[in-house]
Design a protein around this ligand. Structure first.
Ligand code: GSH
Length: 158
């Protein structure tokens, strides 16, 4: 893997920021390729070859291309055999707990983003906002996810 790692990102994307933070934490050299989502660059043919789901972030590490922020973070740690409490590969119990935590809170990001984009930010990007009825539904879905997360947190007393 002689080529420098490329990260397709945009600083306004929280999922991109997660990967950028992990790259900084692990001190991994990389090149940033900013994707202008406000102009739909993630939907261009060339980018579909990087991530067919047309989302950022994604990375290209030599011949290895992948997307999904959490998977990218795990890959960065495991492929470089780095030691970090952020993903303790050597500690099976801690690792299992972290996988469980991620699964418990999996829907939180998607549901929050649905409300944020479809009900508010889309206007900034010149896209249609959700109708009042749809907005109500997105918010209800979000509250359900938050209620579940709240239950999980109170069970753990954290
Ligand atoms: N589950 C994905 C979510 C990625 C995602 O939703 N990215 C947004 C930016 S924050 C995106 O690319 N949106 C562009 C679009 O939906 O057209 C991850 O964790 O990487």
């Amino acid at each position: 893997m002689s080529e420098e790692l490329v990260v397709y990102m945009n600083i306004i994307s929280p999922y991109s920021r997660l990967v950028m933070s992990m790259l900084a934490l692990l001190d991994i050299p990389h090149k940033e390729r900013v994707i202008d989502t406000s102009r739909g660059e993630q939907k261009k043919e060339w980018y579909k070859k990087i991530n067919p789901k047309m989302k950022i972030p994604a990375i290209k590490d030599g011949d290895h291309i992948m997307a999904e922020s959490i998977d990218i973070c795990k890959y960065l740690i495991e492929s470089r055999k780095l030691k970090t409490p952020a993903w303790p590969v050597d500690d099976r119990d801690r690792n299992e707990q972290m996988e469980k935590d991620l699964a418990d809170f999996e829907d939180l990001g998607e549901a929050t983003m649905a409300v944020a984009y479809k009900c508010f930010y889309n206007k900034v990007f010149g896209k249609k906002l959700a109708s009042a009825e749809e907005t109500k539904q997105y918010k209800e879905d979000l509250y359900k996810v938050y209620d579940l997360s709240e239950e999980t947190l109170s069970e753990r007393r954290t």
